[in-house]
Design a protein around this ligand. Structure first.
Ligand code: GAP
Length: 583
């Protein structure tokens, strides 16, 4: 994945958004090659899903919609992920994405100040000379605490831990002393920390390298809460297996899960109060549902038929990660395919098959794409069946598209909330009813990432002197490759070669995205194009000019990126050959 991310930046596919200001987490910019790749993908999706079908029309809705849409769709109340925060660092995680950890968990009931505690301990040796130890009502409490505990103090860092032998009784005494201010700055906030891993057979409080990691965490925790030199009070230790309660990065306790709405809130107009609130859309689908009636009327389609849309969506993801895979701003390619209720399940299977074919047709082999039937407990309550289409990314098998049978849930919600009929009138049966819908919803950015991951490969190719060297190739399907063909004059200082090459560029440009390159040795130029996935290279040499053999005048070599084979083709045939291979 690191190699892919670095290639993407180096060759201009994808950059971090606002990079010169340190970036903006979860947002990405597509560079000159990335934008071509993305457009090719979207255009091909549009071709297959809209232009090549009689039963689908397109639309392009606004990103901002009336807040009532998000209330009716359920997004305002329920479009949330459970989130948890690390009690030590404040880092936020999605509760359902925490990796399980096993280890020793130490419970702490608070922390007291090192200096004050040490002073009391020293005074224990001569209680009659101590103003605190000689207080009659305090002395039993002090003896209770100081008589029986294990501890370790570190004079350099002025910190340590105390492990109480009778937590219940001793804590009461500590509380009393804390209330009186006898123990200096202190905290009684409970905390748990896990020593991740650790020796599963026994727990060691300290070693010659210092205190246990869980104690160290607790000391940092209480320092952050104002106890500058903390002696942490440990009241128990136990082994936990496969726990999701701790920060996998450090072992500190996480808060309990809280719902976090993923929609970005914004205000429309000059006033910023509740009356002007709306959201950046978290999916493109809702504008299709709310325009269903308008599109139906103008397109005069009969059921089953679909409305397709490609556009931006925004989600304030808790943990954007895996490069562009989970972003806060991304694009979706969605089809809402309206049908009669009785056709829903059949069409769900139909669209799953269509969509699987699509991935194969853009160069992702079926062996790397998987349909996962989403189990009942994971499915949205209104869906009668959902499949996730997953791809084997380098970071694991992950969803690129969802195909869901959403029943008539969305249309009925909007009909109820708006008071406007969204029913379909069947001319033949003279019946009115709300259509059901099957929705294939694909992520543009995730598909682009899958295409790049799939295309990335390393092999060997001969350099100028015939010596084999490592070659990075992006083996994009020609149909989605950012640049289709590169044109090279063999030598840049031979004017007739350059002129001819530029003529060929002009010949091909109306049909495809072409790149002209005259700098460097020809092998280097091929290599540069291999690295960005250009499937074809055309070289203009002296034979093209007819200098060696008049029969070869107006012919060029056409090189294939993957096989590295070269064929001689006439200029007359060149556009047709290339167009047939890239369409
Ligand atoms: N209208 C249905 C819907 O939005 P979804 O499963 O939440 O369903 C559909 O999203 C697709 O959108 C996903 O399969 C994924 O490809 C893409 N997607 C969702 N959240 C994303 C994110 N944070 N970053 C990139 N792509 C995302």
């Amino acid at each position: 994945m690191e190699k892919i991310v670095s290639l993407c930046k180096r060759r201009g596919f994808i950059f971090q958004s606002s990079e010169i200001y340190g970036g903006l987490n979860g947002c990405w910019d597509y560079g000159p090659l990335g934008v071509e790749l993305k457009r090719n993908l979207k255009n091909y999706w549009w071709r297959v899903m809209v232009h090549e079908r009689d039963d689908v029309v397109g639309m392009d809705g606004a990103i901002l919609m009336n807040r009532a849409v998000w209330k009716a769709s359920g997004h305002e109340d329920t479009f949330s992920d459970p989130m948890v925060d690390c009690l030590l660092t404040g880092k936020r995680f999605r509760a359902d994405q925490i990796d399980e950890q096993s280890g020793w968990v130490v419970s702490f009931s608070g922390a007291v100040d090192f200096e004050a505690f040490q002073k009391l301990q020293q005074e224990k040796e001569a209680p009659e000379r101590s103003s605190i130890w000689s207080e009659i009502e305090l002395a039993p409490h002090l003896r209770g605490i100081f008589a029986n505990y294990s501890s370790s103090f570190d004079l350099d860092s002025r910190s340590g831990y105390v492990q109480l032998s009778d937590p219940n009784g001793q804590m009461k005494s500590l509380e009393l002393l804390i209330k009186r201010g006898t123990l200096g700055t202190s905290s009684l906030q409970p905390f748990l920390a896990m020593e991740i891993g650790g020796d599963p057979k026994s727990f060691r409080w300290s070693s010659n390298r210092g205190v246990n990691r869980a104690i160290k965490l607790a000391q940092d925790f209480y320092r952050k809460r104002g106890v500058t030199n903390p002696i942490v009070i440990a009241v128990g230790v136990q082994r936990e297996e496969h726990s999701k309660r701790f920060n996998p990065e450090n072992g500190a306790l996480l808060t309990g899960p809280r719902a976090f709405n993923l929609m970005f809130k914004t205000y429309v107009g000059a006033t910023e109060d509740d009356s002007s609130v709306t959201y950046l859309r978290p999916e493109t689908a809702q504008s299709i549902f709310v325009q269903f009636k308008n599109v139906l009327e103008v397109s005069r389609k009969k059921l089953p038929f679909g409305i397709a849309q490609i556009g931006k969506a925004f989600r304030n993801e808790i943990n954007p990660r895996n490069f562009t895979f989970r972003s806060r701003e991304f694009e979706q390619m969605e089809l809402e395919y309206f049908c009669r209720a009785e056709e829903g399940m059949k069409l769900l299977d139909y669209w799953l098959e269509e969509r699987l074919k699509f991935y194969e047709s853009i160069g992702i082999p079926p062996a790397k794409v998987h349909a996962r039937k989403v189990p009942d407990e994971e499915r949205a309550f209104y869906s009668k069946g959902t499949y996730d289409i997953e791809y084997d990314f380098p970071f694991g098998r992950q969803e690129v598209e969802g195909v869901a049978y959403r029943t008539d849930y969305d249309l009925s919600q909007h009909q109820k909330a708006s008071g406007k009929s969204l029913e379909y009138f069947d001319e033949e049966t003279k019946q009115r009813f709300l259509p059901h819908v099957v929705e294939p919803s694909a992520g543009v950015d995730r598909s682009v990432l899958a295409l790049i991951c799939e295309a990335y490969s390393e092999d060997e190719a001969p350099d100028e002197k015939g010596k084999m060297e490592m070659r990075v190739v992006l083996r994009f399907h020609p149909r989605i490759a950012p640049i289709k063909c590169a044109v090279f004059p063999l030598l840049k200082n031979k004017e007739p070669l350059v002129t001819k090459a530029k003529e060929i560029v002009a010949l091909l440009r109306p049909h495809m995205h072409v790149f002209y390159d005259e700098t460097g040795a020809i092998g280097r130029r091929y290599r540069r194009q291999d690295e960005i996935g250009t499937p074809f290279g055309v070289t203009v040499d002296f034979e093209t000019l007819g200098e060696k053999n008049p029969d070869l005048r107006d012919t060029v070599t056409l090189r294939d990126r993957d096989s590295m084979k070269q064929e001689r083709v006439t200029l007359k045939d060149l556009p047709g050959i290339l167009v047939s291979r890239i369409s």
